[in-house]
Design a protein. Structure first.
Length: 365
């Protein structure tokens, strides 16, 4: 019978909020484990609420391959404990890590979380070039680098393992989990429907389709809101000039950053018109809080089929969507207790933390 050897753990992401909003509560649930964040540090105090320590590291999003980021990460890896567990989040960070780790003198247990295939697998010309370049490195290095790869949906697992020729431990863990106690819940729907789309302000999130729906809406009892921020350096982000035009659009109420845990319950319908998602966190949050959810169907939103008060659309038909909203306005919508029960039993941060913990521990015979 073996016993567990506890090790030091590092979380790596080129997105700070990825380690705060999506992973912070998981870290809290990993009782007693020392975890250090390696990411761009803009909210050191907030990171300090969850992590044992933090190391500043960032990627220049405008570059195809950021050589400086590779070198800096290599130096960081050489400075940390040999034999540590390193958990990398996002495919972009995973690619940079794979190259940095190749030149590293230390050995680690490495886990990659693929939150979504996103930009690398899009039709953008720059993305196609990067995909071609990265294919060579993935095929040569991926099995030497990652002991396990976590996927959030089966489609991503099939596509990526075929693309990269990964043959080791592929694991399905749906979502990054949410902490149910942190959310203010909704108990009744408003007489006027308050519709919201909340995301990073990327063009492939369907923002302009959403604005067009708002522009052709003639029902004054249906109000449209948009929350999110420009993702500087991301080639798919809207520009600040484009954002100013949105702010001046009388058909859209632009809210900027919104604390969804505290504010989501004020709205009635969550929209997601994103062409692709790994596993939509904002939809999971919205279902739990009590909003009606309307989403474009893709691999990362199909889970909505398991919940009440949800509607998946195959394609964006603006007039049909407005008709659906009109029918919701006339309906007596009731908050689903069943939805909350499912999320508590399957998608809580504690459940996800337990799955992670199994991967972090070494067993010694």
């Amino acid at each position: 019978m073996g016993f567990i050897i506890e090790v030091v753990i590092y979380y790596i992401s080129h997105l700070e909020n990825n380690l705060i909003q999506s992973r912070g509560q998981i870290v809290k649930k990993l009782n007693g484990k020392k975890i250090t964040a390696i990411c761009p540090i803009k909210q050191k105090d907030v990171l300090g609420n969850f992590y044992n320590g933090s190391i500043n590291w960032s990627i220049d999003k405008s570059k195809l391959i950021d050589l400086k980021a590779i070198l800096e990460l290599k130096n960081i890896l050489n400075s940390i404990e040999n034999g540590s567990v390193i958990h990398i989040f996002t495919l972009k960070s995973g690619f940079i890590f794979m190259l940095a780790n190749f030149f590293c003198i230390n050995n680690f247990k490495c886990i990659l979380s693929v939150n979504g295939l996103g930009y690398l697998f899009s039709n953008n010309l720059k993305a196609k070039i990067l995909k071609f370049i990265s294919l060579v490195f993935f095929k040569v290095l991926i099995n030497k680098t990652f002991d396990s790869i976590i996927f959030q949906n089966n489609n991503d697992m099939k596509v990526f393992t075929k693309f990269s020729s990964y043959k080791k431990n592929s694991i399905l863990i749906e979502s990054s989990g949410i902490e149910p106690k942190e959310y203010e819940l909704k108990y009744n729907f408003n007489k006027e429907l308050k519709i919201i789309l909340s995301s990073r302000l990327l063009k492939d999130k369907g923002i302009y389709d959403y604005i067009k729906i708002a522009e052709i809406n003639q029902n004054k009892a249906i109000k449209f809101y948009l929350s999110g921020e420009v993702d500087e350096g991301n080639p798919k982000s809207i520009t600040f000039n484009e954002l100013e035009k949105i702010k001046n659009n009388q058909k859209i109420n632009f809210l900027g950053y919104l604390d969804l845990k505290k504010e989501l319950h004020n709205f009635d319908v969550m929209f997601s018109l994103s062409k692709y998602e790994g596993f939509s966190r904002v939809l999971l949050e919205s279902v739990f809080v009590g909003l009606y959810c309307i989403s474009l169907e893709n691999a990362g939103t199909k889970f909505l089929e398991n919940f009440e008060n949800t509607y998946l659309i195959k394609k964006i038909n603006k007039n049909a969507i407005l008709e659906l909203l009109e029918s919701l306005l006339l309906s007596k919508l009731i908050i689903s207790d069943r939805n909350r029960e499912i999320i508590n039993s399957k998608y809580s941060s504690e459940i996800i933390a337990n799955r992670y913990s199994e991967l972090y521990s070494f067993k010694k015979l």
